[in-house]
Design a protein around this ligand. Structure first.
Ligand code: DGL
Length: 268
């Protein structure tokens, strides 16, 4: 039987999923969290569907072996390609970031024009476009991949003329289509929220899937009777497939505080 004291398992191709971890942490501080960043294989966003699926299965395997009560696929690319196979294989509930982000965007748009930005793989999969149209088939959806946003966020280059110019280039189609809601469909993009917001203007609502996902996590845990016992200081552990030191340094930018307990794991 699943133990409600077990951790919520969260994985991403690298450190971008820390934005999802942070949102879960803020909403559910008593939940122990176990995060896996597949830093040896990042980026997933430029890989094929079969490769992303295989990597996601390996990540889930590592977390399940440690004992997790719920699995959050905190990577848009892996959510786009691997949710069906993970759900078929695992006993624990598996949540992705695409459905929550799409639901939030569909409920917040006023003019019915929604933009989605993400990696080439996520946008190419059509997963967001389909999820949005499932909620409301009358929406007009504009999608754009923004490959340079990931390295900019990883380098901490989130402000100034270079990210602004890159954002202006990528977001021109969104402005032209007059979207009033824009989904940040990649775990790294919330770090560029200020620049993206400046380029899009105040009237455009930015949807951070991390926020929406944390609300669904709370709902699913409650529904399954898996909420952690209250009052305990929840532990956060981090596993990585490449250098723990590099992850700890760059991860501090994503979380805004120092990361402790970063360990290396091997998939084989
Ligand atoms: N985590 C990925 C995503 O949300 C972005 C980084 C990558 O390409 O692996 O799609």
């Amino acid at each position: 039987m699943t133990d409600r004291a077990e951790a919520i398992g969260i994985f991403d191709s690298g450190m971008g999923g820390l934005t999802v971890l942070r949102a879960i942490r803020e909403r559910l501080p008593s939940e122990p969290l176990l995060y896996l960043g597949d830093t040896a294989r990042v980026p997933y966003g430029s890989k094929s569907a079969a490769t992303v699926e295989r990597y996601a299965q390996a990540c889930a395997g590592v977390l399940v072996k440690q004992g997790v009560k719920l699995l959050v696929v905190a990577c848009n690319t892996a959510s786009a390609y691997a949710l069906p196979c993970l759900r078929a294989e695992l006993d624990a509930p598996v949540l992705g970031v695409i459905e929550p982000g799409a639901q939030a965007a569909a409920s917040q748009t006023r003019n019915g024009r929604v933009g989605v930005i993400g990696t080439a793989a996520t946008i190419g999969s059509g997963a967001y476009q389909e999820a949005l149209l499932r909620v409301n088939e009358d929406l007009r959806v504009v999608a754009q991949h923004c490959p340079l946003f990931v390295p900019l966020a990883e380098e901490g280059w989130t402000d100034g003329p270079v990210p602004r110019q890159v954002a202006s280039h990528y977001l021109a189609s969104m402005r032209q289509a007059e979207v009033d809601t824009l989904v940040l469909g990649c775990t790294h993009y919330p770090l560029l929220k200020t620049v993206i917001g400046e380029v899009m203007g105040d009237s455009v609502t930015l949807i951070d899937s991390a926020e929406a996902t944390s609300a669904v996590v709370a709902e699913v845990l409650g529904g399954a009777g898996l909420v952690a016992p209250e009052g305990e200081t929840a532990r956060q552990r981090f596993l990585v497939t490449d250098s723990p030191q590099r992850f700890a340094e760059a991860g501090a930018r994503f979380l805004g505080h120092e990361l402790r307990e970063v360990e290396w794991v091997d998939f084989s």
